[in-house]
Design a protein around this ligand. Structure first.
Ligand SMILES: NC(=O)c1ccc[n+]([C@@H]2O[C@H](COP(=O)([O-])OP(=O)(O)OC[C@H]3O[C@@H](n4cnc5c(N)ncnc54)[C@H](OP(=O)(O)O)[C@@H]3O)[C@@H](O)[C@H]2O)c1
Length: 324
């Protein structure tokens, strides 16, 4: 399912595209429908065949749009959807999945995620995912917006270690997961799915991205995506509802940022200093991220120095603040 595009491995060795697609906010405006379908199909042609959606998006309208866009193309796609936490009971997951399959006009999902953690015990949700897997309705399952302690709890429940990914907010302006979540996932050979990889088009103006983009003759979006994609074990799902944006994002796969460019980015978008003030990063966890970026810039300093929003102490769990 990877065509000729760069790929990452799921824990079972299956290869999936490193650059996929998001769909949040698609299918909500009738006037945009045709352009969005064109954009989705263009991405598939270019090999961006991993597509993420959710029952939540447009209250099902996004899955319905995708069902239409995928007519005749379903087998080329690695299709991901997400279940609401309030549907995460044993019976609720199965019913929600059936509804998603119906809207998506398919008989199976390649990956089904718990959108964020709610009040249903994890063991119950995992049992439902496993039942769906045995029935052939889903091929893999995973989670979203789980922090490291949630992941620890998850893998401790029966069947929990079969989780294949955690979909998380990760981009150059939201580097919190570098502190201990990305190392934890890497240690389990579980790739991280980076959502909002271009920060929902809110990247700051006049950052080093502008200089790099100008010097390279590329867009800031390509620089932002290249930065995310350059980290092994991370794949990204930018949403683009316009063909020109899809083509622009696809070209990020050709861009390799040099050590001095990465250092300039680090100087502006600081890597995390800690999870909470006073928290220490164990050397065992720091080591994997330190060696993850294949450039000279990475060191434990990247993991330990942070002033980004995602790392600011907050009364609410950080990763659950931006669920969409
Ligand atoms: N699990 C979760 O809780 C969660 C949360 C958020 C997102 N997600 C998933 O992750 C996906 C991506 O995140 P996101 O949609 O929040 O943000 P994103 O992908 O970072 O940004 C999307 C925005 O950037 C614009 N854009 C993308 N590429 C562009 C380019 N090359 N040039 C100019 N503009 C460009 C898009 O515009 P156009 O649409 O006009 O092209 C859109 O407005 C979502 O769609 C969803 O599938 C999951």
């Amino acid at each position: 399912m990877t065509s000729d595009i760069a790929s990452v491995s799921l824990p079972d060795g299956e290869r999936i595209p490193k650059l996929g697609r998001g769909t949040w906010e698609m299918g909500e405006q009738p006037a945009r429908r045709a352009a969005e379908i064109d954009a989705l199909r263009c991405g598939i042609e270019l090999g961006m065949t991993l597509i993420d959606t959710a029952e939540m998006y447009g209250n099902g309208a996004t899955e319905s749009l995708l069902g239409e866009a995928l007519a005749g193309l379903r087998d080329q796609v690695f299709l991901v959807s997400k279940v609401y936490p309030h549907n995460a009971s044993r019976r609720g997951v199965i019913a929600a999945c059936e509804q998603s399959l119906k809207r998506l006009k398919t008989d199976r999902l390649d990956l089904y995620l718990l959108h964020w953690r709610g009040s249903v015990p994890l063991a119950e949700t995992v049992a439902a995912f496993e039942a769906l897997r045995e029935a052939g309705k889903i091929r893999h399952w995973g989670v979203s917006n789980f922090d490291t302690d949630d992941m620890e709890e998850l893998v401790a429940v029966p069947g929990g270690a079969s989780c294949v990914t955690n979909q998380i907010l990760y981009n150059v302006a939201r580097r919190g997961p570098e502190f201990d979540l990305l190392p934890w996932l890497a240690g389990r050979k579980m790739p991280a799915m980076a959502y909002s990889p271009v920060d929902h088009a809110r990247l700051p103006k006049r950052s080093p991205f502008d200089d790099i983009a100008g010097a390279r003759g590329v867009s800031v979006f390509q620089v932002a995506l290249a930065w995310v994609l350059q980290l092994p074990g991370v794949f990204a799902i930018p949403k683009a509802g316009r063909v020109e944006h899809v083509r622009d994002n696809h070209r990020a796969l050709e861009l390799r940022l040099e050590a001095e460019e990465l250092a300039a980015i680090d100087g502006y978008f600081k890597p995390p200093r800690g999870k909470r003030a006073g928290n220490a990063l164990s050397a065992a966890l720091a080591a994997p991220v330190a060696s993850m970026r294949t450039s000279t810039r990475t060191s434990t300093a990247r993991v330990l120095n942070c002033s980004c929003d995602a790392c600011a102490p907050s009364p609410a769990p950080r990763l659950r603040l931006a669920c969409a």
